[in-house]
Design a protein around this ligand. Sequence first.
Ligand SMILES: [Zn+2]
Length: 642
Amino acid sequence: MIDKYQAFSSDNSKNVRPFNSAPTTLNNPRLAPRKNVSTYHSVGNYQAAGGFRKKTNFKNPVKNVSKEMTEIKTFDNTGKLRVMVLGGLEEVGRNMTVIEYEKEIIIIDMGLQFPEEDMPGIDYVIPNVSYLEDKKDRIKAVFITHGHFDHIGGIPHIMGVIGNPPMFMGKMTAGLVRKRIAEFKQAPVLKIKEITEFDRVKISDKLQVEFLRVNHSIPDCFAIIINTPLGKVVHTGDFKIDFTPVNDKPADLNRIAQLGAENILLMMSDSTDAVHLGYQISESAIGDEMDKLFEKISGRIIIGTFASQLSRIQKIFDLAKKYGRRISLQGRSINDNVEVAHQINYLKFDPKIIVEDKDLNRLRDDKIIIIGTGAQGENNAFLSRVVNNEHRTISLRSGDTVIFSSSVIPGNERTIQNLMDMVVRQGAKIINYKMMDIHAGGHAKQEDLKLMMRLIRPQYFMPIEANHYMLQAHAELAEQVGIFKENIFVADNGQVVEFKKGHKVINDKKFEVLGTLTKEKVPSDYVMVDGLGVGDVSAIVLRDRRVMSEDGMIVVIVTIDSKTGDLIGSPDLISRGFIYMKENRDLIEKVRAKVKFIVKDKNDNTPADDDYIKNKIRNEVGQFLFGATKRRPMVLPVVIKI
Ligand SMILES: [Zn+2]
């Protein structure tokens, strides 16, 4: 192995400061509300266009001096390794891990999570980095395992907040990160260094980082190995082991086996497919299945897939060439990914094979393959626009074959059923992954996971990157392969795992480092990105949106005399999504009378106070409407003073 030690100067080290915010300690983190949503003052300070406003100093350092002093005493980190996962332990998405040895911090991944059903209007959720904001000087480097959005999506929002430390990632990942960051004008210029499995990064005398090649559904995926004075930490990132990957090198099994002899302290491993039996199939096998399919299809082939499944997309390009078809790429994310991957020669095809929309209808049906997004039924994605007849150039017709080449993400079943119904109604045929296995996931299944653990033989184990039940399933596998139960940590987001020197013996096996799943928890609540704003959507906004989506809203407009406070004219009422006003005249009149009464019922000795009137309208009209309709529309009072 060539050691290209990439030392970089930590020019900010002179400013190392003890941390001045105590991590929140919960007595029982398991009982902590799992999805409490809050806006963080600090995070709320960057919102415009995904970039950052200058951080306002919400914590006055002078005021906090005494607090700081006590905390230094309480948190002596000498010789301690602390691991905390800010996102990815309670969900598939927004992956981000913080590794802290004494005063140095390394970050692995910065992903986003797509919103849950109870978050109307939210584009995505990113990890909460409040723990890091006052430790910028201590953050030495960021490592990105691969280019999927649940690992890179948070970068434009977070890097500026944490002081824009140097970043290390593979070539493909770097291409995708650069593409993403270009959309965020106010994000800082990133200091990206491209790495391969032959590189090492020296953070300091205490910390060095190595990379291990693994496979996944996108090229250039690396596990991260961190050498610390207490031992090595292996973070797998997303992985599967593929002996015959498409357009990527196979996982470095030799190195994985070598690691087993290097006394690995902690292994953090991908749990996405931990509930699935057996081995993950190779991407090449999928290619063969697709080949058999394509051979039989005579009309247009329309393939719904993930934009991120670049290995699959390569195979489709190869088959297009073989069968003399041309390819139409539909959906911005697919176009972007293909462009990036083609530029750096990771996707190999002759650009002439791509057909533009305007030329599409001039080709014969048997000369066309359309690759599009939306196989999960996502709104506004290519497939849903096509079936809803909202696409400019493409509509379905009989003779078309639509292939769903991605497995169904749990929770999307009904949407996909609907989508398939619509496809069939328009005369097209459907082939989905259940009918013929054209889906290979990107993640290791149970037998692969066991193999990885058997080879790496860590002292401590931490399942990551999935929902809790999947982490638990992975923990059970770890026990089966002989990792001691007390050394397996199924943590929650933000929960701190700590390692320090010490002795313990389990079943005659000696351990020189003690690991603990502590009760300390650093903030890990959702930070929501909505349109171009970050973190400015609070629980209150979300609650309002939910109320409106369930029970609608009613706007009450009153005009009052600014001097006397007397009502001028009759209150105006506007209903949206609550009741149809024409059919509820009676109720509307009652509300109007109520509002008149509220405005009249004021203290004559004080000038007209619109806040008071507004609150009163909100509360009393709300109560009245609930009594009358058993619904709770959002009541929006507007007071106009003239
Ligand atoms: Zn991934």
